[in-house]
Design a protein around this ligand. Sequence first.
Ligand code: ADP
Length: 448
Amino acid sequence: MFEKVLIANRGEIALRIHRACREMGIGTVAVHSTADADAMHVRLADESVCIGPSAAQQSYMNIPAILSAAAISNADAIHPGYGFLSENANFATMVEEHGFTFIGPTPEHIRVMGNKVAAKKAALDAGIPVVRGSDGPVDDEATALEVAEEIGYPVIVKASAGGGGRGMKVANSPDDLRQGFKTARNEALAVFGNGEVYIERFLSHPRHIEVQVLADLHGNVVHLGERDCSLQRRHQKLVEEAPSPALNDKERDAIGAIARDAMVSMGYRSVGTLEFLYQDGEFNFIEMNTRLQVEHPVTEMICGMDLVREMVRVSAGAPLGFEQDDIRFSGHAIECRITAENSTTFLPSPGRVVDYHAPGGLGVRVDSALYSGYLVPPHYDSMIAKLIVHGATRNECLMRLCRALGEYVIGGLDTTIELHQRLVNEPAFVNGDYDIHWLERFVDQEDA
Ligand code: ADP
């Protein structure tokens, strides 16, 4: 097993990884920007190294600085967390070339899955049902119009290198498509440095359902069930739950088995998530994330498993030690992503936390790096906490969530706690009756 792991991230996820390592008796090295010198992940780690100024490009994305930090601290392995360098195949390659273990999938799997066109092809070859669309990238307007005619409107133009819900344009007609195609290409080039786009059928009322997989280096793969992440605003997830209220056990087992078999045939390792749009009883693969995800705790809560611990173990070469049949799902879990933003206007609200009280009690988990007196810097993602609640049933989980949100105090900043409180009382949410467009309508209608 490793003696020391460098955590190439910040905030709640850096803390999450530190906690798993500490419980395994592994030393931790935190890296941080100058803006994060007082951050909790730095305070709790065994050692810390400043890797650059506040701008992420010069610190958390700075590969030479991170590799130097690993070298001077004598770390054996690097965990990238999510975001930043976690899906950068180049980084994974360099980590290994410098003699450290990359705690994650192979650089090759990251590369293939990082390009959505390549990922869809790999998925199709591995027997996964994919959303209908162009066979590959679409280079010009005439081809775009032809493809759309074939699959039928509405269609969505997406960036091959896309991520974070950016670079997508929906077109309801050929006129729309002419316009959207150009905009999507320009946006893709500007944001991702790669103007390649492709076309998919636009699904009007799907749910976003994703399957968690876990694999060791010896060909053992399990799936850990699904998460429903349909509550999104601007294609960004706000609330996630497991299991999905929309699936029955037969559908659950079927999609889990498809995901697991596909990972076996790809020779995948570490954790990964296959994302599907589920509509009218059909699963449509859209992409795969080759990293630990923000919403991994809901899976942990229903499986009773520490996913970060498993990631570390398998990266060190340990076999899984259990099989699919050993995995038991128990109860229901919901996660609320709490951001430093106004609950109605969504304007960012960084600043000093003057008062802090986190909820607790049976079945309540808070993953956050906040503390009283902490200054939330304006330079990074606005998510400041994840509140995760587990209950024996979905109803118990909802009642507990409502109770926990009511206890949560984060003074000095605007946060989205209020929005979550309104959400948990909405009949559509309570009944589990929502699709990926529902939250956007709910927020707009409140605005009006
Ligand atoms: P990203 O990597 O940017 O998150 P995804 O491909 O995962 O992009 O899509 C993000 C979200 O965009 C999905 O969860 C869904 O809400 C919406 N979306 C993507 N593709 C489609 C589609 N074909 N039809 C309808 N909505 C879509």
